[in-house]
Each structure stands twice: as structure tokens, then as C-alpha cells.
Design a protein around this ligand. Sequence first.
Ligand code: OSB
Ligand code: MG
Length: 380
Amino acid sequence: MKIETLTIREIQVGLKSPFETSFGTIWQRRILLVEACTDGLSGWGEVTAGEGPFYNPETTDTAWSVFCDFLAPLAAGKEIDNPAEVPALLSAIRGHEMAKAALENALWDIESQRQGVPLARLLGGTAKEIACGVSLGIQNSPEALLPIIERELAAGYQRIKIKIKPGKDLEFIAAVRKRFPAVKLMVDANSAYRLEQAAHLKEFDAFDLMMIEQPLSWDDIFDHARLQTQIRTPVCLDESIHNANHARAAIEMKACRVINIKLGRVGGHSEARRVEEACRERSVPVWCGGMLETGIGRAHNIAMSSLPGFVLPGDVSASQRYWQEDIIEPEVEVTPRGTIEVPASPGLGYAVRRKRVEQCTVRQEVFRAKPAPVPVASGG
Ligand code: OSB
Ligand code: MG
């Protein structure tokens, strides 16, 4: 396929309720969408960067700049046989995985339409439905958290993840465990602790947590290995794992017993498949992380989650938990057994609501193949 045009746009959308993590509170989202057009088909990808460089170094604005100045000029007009070639095409650019992922994933959407198969099948996914959990932001008090959990469990979600930070941890965990003794429960620290706090983190062992996600530095593997020897709760790495080599290193160093895969963090579907394979070969369970995505990012997450290594419930949940109105139709819905059905139609399996996207768009750039130079007759 020839990558004829690439369009990047920024949309601004408000979350239904604020989301607090150890690095801050998010309400208004600025999200970049990438649309690729080739052979009369259109495919979509989403940049999952945050508004500020607090989860990882990328932001909405760094992704815009890298996409417009480097990625789009490299890719527009190129002929590729398979979206799996995209990482090599973009390999001169270091990092900026979330910007790259949006471009690559848009081409996977197109390729699955071209072949007439669901994206999930094209990627090697086998599951017909995926298991869903929810990620709950930090609340003011344990009393405020309990009714929220009650509501999510009533909706069918299979596991609860709560965000924690120093001062907002043990009391919350103990209250949830007391009220819900059997629920699948885990915590996410988003790098809010240091190895010196291992004794404190060891106190979490009493609460039968499925795992603690990214307790230490966002770019660390080694200290997580030291921490894992001191606590019983399995460590799950999120921020630290950018590719399959990191996954292999972390597993072999025993820095974690679980890995979450985020498409943006690892640079797109090609690398996500390699991370999934590295984990599956080593019997390390994986699950799909979330970045407060719109329906486009969510649809890509659903397809990826159908791969066989995704054996734990992910942070992929219903559109209605985040948005008054999503930008896809139908919206993503969760069954009463806490699952999402993997679409069986070609492509993402959801239609992009162009009108809605246009209403939310605040800026846009279109990139086309450079026209072939017109030969100029040189005068004598
Ligand atoms: O660490 O998993 C994380 C949201 C923003 C940044 C980082 C994280 C998260 C979440 C939300 O946990 C997951 C979701 O999309 O529901
Ligand atoms: Mg996380």
C-alpha cells in the first residue's frame, strides 16, 4: 500500500470526572488523532501521550511536533507491504513511541480493512471477548472510594485497581479489602515510592493484592528487582517497559512477575506483539493498560487484548466511564460478566463519528506524498 495522506488533528474533550494519580489530576484532555489514507481506505490511530510529561516524557505537544517535523515527512508517500515495516521506516527517530504508535496503528487499521479481517485476527488474536477491570483515581478518603467500587462491581467489572501514593495507600487498601474480602484487587503507584520505602510496601503483603504496579522510578528495572525480593506482592511493570528487550531484561532480572502492555508506550502493534510473545514464552502474564483513550485508542486496545498472552483483566472499560459522548459508534460497552466483545468486522470494528471529531478539533495538518519533481528544460 502507498501511504497517500496523513492527517494529524488535536481534539479537546472533557472527561466525565477528574482522574487523580500520584503525578496529578486530569480533567480536560488534549488528544491527537492520526488518520492515514491509502487505496481509498482510511485508518485511525490515537496518540496516548498526556498533556504534560508526567507519566512518560511525551506530551500532546511533543507528539505534534515530532509527528509533523519528522514522522509524517518520513512516511508520507512511502510504499509498504505490511504495517510491520513501519518501526523500521521510523527507526531513525529515537523514542517518541506514542507519536509513532498512532501512525503505525492507523496503518494496521487500513491493512485489516484491505484484507477484510478484524484487526484482532490480523494481529494474531484469538479471544472472542476480553476481561475488563477498572482503574480508579485517588479519592479524598476511603469512605469516598467504597461506593465507587461498589458501583463498578455491580456493573460487572472483574477487578479493581486503585491509584495510590504515599499518605494515600494503606488506609485505602485496608478499607477496600475489609469491605470486599474476595475482590480481585491491585494498586498502581505510578513511581511514587523509593526502594528505601520497601518496609512500608511490605505492609501491603497482608492484603492479598494481585500486584503492585510500578512502585519505583519510571525508568528503573534494577531497584524493582531488589524490591521484589523483599515483598510478596507481585510487582507489575508499566512505565519502565518500552520494548520486548526491556521485558526480557526485567523478567530475567526478576524485577516483576507481571507486565502491562500499553500500545503507545511500546510504539505500536508490532512491538506490542513482541512484548506479548516475550512474556508468553516466559510464562509471565500480561494485561492491557489504558491511557484515558477515546474510542479509537480503546478499539486498538481491544484488538490487542485478544492476543493469547493477555490472561489478566485489563484497564479497558466502557466509553461511558470516560466520555459523555465517544467519537466512535457503537460506543464500547461492557457485558454484565465484565467483558468486552471483540468486534468481528474488518478494521477496528467501530465507525469513527467524523462529525463529532470535527466538532472537537482545534487544529489539523495534512501531509501528502511530495509530488515528483517536474523536469525543467534547461535553456541553451
Ligand atoms: O498508569 O495506568 C496508568 C491513566 C493515565 C496515565 C497512566 C495510567 C492511567 C490509568 C488509567 O491507570 C487507565 C484507563 O485508561 O482507564
Ligand atoms: Mg500504570
